[in-house]
Design a protein around this ligand. Structure first.
Ligand SMILES: Cc1cc2nc3c(=O)[nH]c(=O)nc-3n(C[C@H](O)[C@H](O)[C@H](O)COP(=O)(O)O)c2cc1C
Length: 269
């Protein structure tokens, strides 16, 4: 004998719809609450990740480790840096934006905050360049001893995003690392290979006339020659990624990137 009340059809359309709608409501409330509650933590994690990327590019954190040789963690190491906003049009520091709350990549999408690059200017294939970007400066007793700049440019499958760390002489690479790229693992994806990345420290960024001069080459110039000082091995089987990396380094160290800023900093340190 059925135990349901007479007239109440548990499997009726109205009942099924009521249960389905209630379930959807409960689930959407749970998902939205989780999104709101977890947002600050997500932001903190993203910030920590960026700090880690900057420290790795600067050679202050080894691959796969979250502490340095003295056991200092990411926040402690990153506290050695000051973050400043730079107007790329003038190469000067600016107070126009709050570095703690500014995203140069987002700014590059806003026509009011960026400039469209012509085909000849746009060697990194980024389309638009933000007017204001960020730099990470580490000071020592003798002045600035590391400058880290955000860089990006197109490879074969997409834009590579990373940081280029420069020594206190403002013309020698301290390291290069990408935190986002879509190149093929084993080919262009070798930009993340520690062995390939280990060639970057010591590379000279500029030629004698101050122009960006880093080159990724299939065969190296003779050891000790002027040209050899600007060279890094090309990625084998990945000519397009290789060209993309060379172009993005040249773009961001050139006059449309941080070139003016580095020039200005040389005269003030
Ligand atoms: C499946 C597949 C993935 C590839 N991925 C890349 C890549 O990530 N970067 C790149 O420059 N070339 C990549 N290539 C190769 C390019 O299409 C092109 O052939 C190559 O850049 C030529 O370089 P090479 O002169 O060094 O051989 C890929 C090719 C194939 C078939």
């Amino acid at each position: 004998m059925p135990d349901s009340k007479p007239g109440f059809d548990k499997e009726g359309l109205g009942n099924v719809l009521l249960v389905a709608i209630s379930l959807c409501l409960v689930c959407s409330i749970i998902v939205s609450t989780a999104a709101v509650v977890l947002k600050p933590q997500q932001k903190l994690n993203q910030e920590l990740d960026q700090k880690q990327n900057i420290l790795r590019a600067a050679g202050m954190l080894a691959e796969g480790s979250n502490v340095d040789a003295q056991g200092r963690g990411i926040d402690e190491l990153f506290s050695q840096f000051s973050v400043r906003a730079v107007d790329l049009r003038t190469g000067r520091f600016t107070e126009e934006v709050d570095p703690a709350d500014y995203d140069p990549i987002r700014a590059a999408k806003d026509p009011a905050l960026s400039v469209e690059l012509s085909d000849t200017e746009d060697i990194a294939t980024i389309g638009r360049r933000e007017n204001v970007s960020l730099v990470y400066l580490r000071q020592s007793a003798g002045g600035v001893d590391k400058v880290v700049i955000p860089v990006r440019g197109y490879g074969l499958w997409g834009t590579l995003y990373g940081y280029l760390a420069i020594e206190g002489d403002l013309s020698t690479v301290a390291g290069l690392g990408f935190y986002s790229q879509k190149e093929t693992p084993g080919l262009g994806g070798e930009v993340d290979n520690p062995a390939w990345k280990s060639q970057w420290p010591g590379v000279a960024l500029f030629d004698q006339s101050g122009e960006p001069a880093v080159r990724l080459v299939k065969s190296r110039s003779p050891v000790g020659s002027m040209a050899a000082g600007h060279e890094v091995d090309a990625l084998s089987g990945a000519t397009l990624t290789t060209r993309g990396v060379q172009n993005l380094v040249q773009f961001w160290t050139g006059d449309l990137g941080f070139g003016l800023f580095l020039e200005n900093l040389k005269t003030t340190t």
